[in-house]
Design a protein around this ligand. Structure first.
Ligand code: 5AD
Ligand code: FES
Length: 348
């Protein structure tokens, strides 16, 4: 067995030199994915957790250079869901068996803290046996505390890159890596199950950036690590930049599974958008979560982070059946319970 994979299995870590070697040299793919799958099964068995994703607003005040719904894209057609629409999505998801709802949106000032708390409370009241996850960007600690008190228990906020120079290459001056890190540690201190992560193959990303990402995640110890290939959107400043590569992305998923045996690692929509079986391949490389889209079909195309995003057509009205088949076919078992992470969490 390759020496680096053997060290990963034994210690769930590598030195900086070893990690850089792992990233820059080709690794035996079958061996790597088998090792990741063994570690995943030892921790989570063959379970794949389903989370219902509700993309409730594509308004965003930020201007990240990679993202299709950036404020500076005048061609993005904007929408917001009402509380009634959001609750209707949850109701539909509940009937399908989902016990986690992920409310994701751009950083949209229309949704004040009061409004978010109202929505979260309404969902918590209507579906007391469900977990509510928020993914609505950078906020003051007090706001995160209010959402928690209203009933939110999980929060997804990718750090995007832990390398300060790279962070500047992906984001305008108005945003800062420092604040993003502050948010993530605040969320953890409040007691959230936190998800972080980054894009693979984003413009200007180097192996040194990935090393920084891994060291940052080791310090944060998130409950979930969300990664996926960067996919170019033509209405962004990065229109001419190439998308990330599938096999590189799968290699990173497997590496993350070996470094973070207990983390939840989603087979993200970006994998499925890059390759017809991208999500299945990501599951076989160590992933154990999928997030079917519960947003109303009429707005799905508008949550246009990157090109060729899947599950946006009429045929996707019910992702559940489709995904269940895909998960089973990949050799795993879809489960709909709340599926908490094995990574310890709770008030610091
Ligand atoms: N390609 C892939 N992922 C993207 N995201 C935003 N834009 C893109 C893109 N062009 C990811 C970011 C963000 C998440 C919601 O979607 O990492 O955190
Ligand atoms: Fe959405 Fe297959 S998972 S259409």
């Amino acid at each position: 067995m390759s020496e680096l994979i053997e060290t990963l299995i034994r210690t769930h870590d590598l030195s900086d030199d070893e990690l850089l070697r792992f990233l820059s040299e080709p690794q035996p793919e079958a061996e790597l994915f088998a090792a990741a799958d063994t570690v995943r099964r030892a921790n989570y068995g063959d379970r794949v957790f389903l989370r219902g994703l509700i993309e409730f607003t594509n308004y965003c005040k930020n201007n990240c250079y990679y993202c299709g719904i950036r404020a500076g894209n005048p061609h993005a057609e904007r929408y917001r869901l009402t509380d009634e629409q959001i609750l209707a999505c949850c109701k539909e998801g509940y009937a399908l068996g989902y016990r986690t709802f992920v409310l994701q949106g751009g950083e949209d000032p229309f949704y004040t803290d009061d409004r978010i708390c109202e929505t979260v409370s309404a969902i918590a009241e209507a579906f007391p046996d469900c977990r509510i996850t928020l993914s609505i960007g950078e906020k003051p600690k007090e706001s995160y505390q209010r959402y928690y008190d209203a009933g939110a228990r999980r929060y997804l906020l990718r750090h995007e890159t832990a390398d300060p120079v790279h962070y500047r290459q992906l984001h305008p001056e108005s945003m800062s890596l420092e604040n993003r890190k502050r948010c993530l540690f605040d969320l953890k201190a409040i007691g959230y199950q936190v998800g972080s992560g980054f894009m693979i193959g984003s413009p200007y990303q180097t192996d040194a950036c990935l090393l920084a990402d891994i060291r940052f995640l080791q310090a944060l110890q998130p409950a979930m690590i969300g990664v996926g290939p960067y996919i170019t959107h033509r209405e962004t400043p990065f229109a001419e930049m190439p998308s990330g590569e599938l096999h590189r992305s799968l290699k990173i998923i497997a590496l993350l599974r070996l470094l973070f045996p207990q983390a939840l690692i989603p087979a993200t929509t970006a994998f499925g958008s890059l390759h017809p079986e991208g999500r299945e391949l990501a599951l076989k490389a160590g992933g154990n979560v999928v997030m079917p889209n519960l947003s109303p079909v009429a707005v799905r195309k508008l949550y246009d982070l990157y090109e060729n995003k899947i599950c946006t057509g009429e045929e996707a009205a019910q992702c559940r059946g489709c995904l269940e088949q895909r998960i089973l076919h990949a050799g795993y078992r879809p489960v709909t319970d709340v599926g908490d992470s094995l990574v310890p969490f709770g008030k610091a």
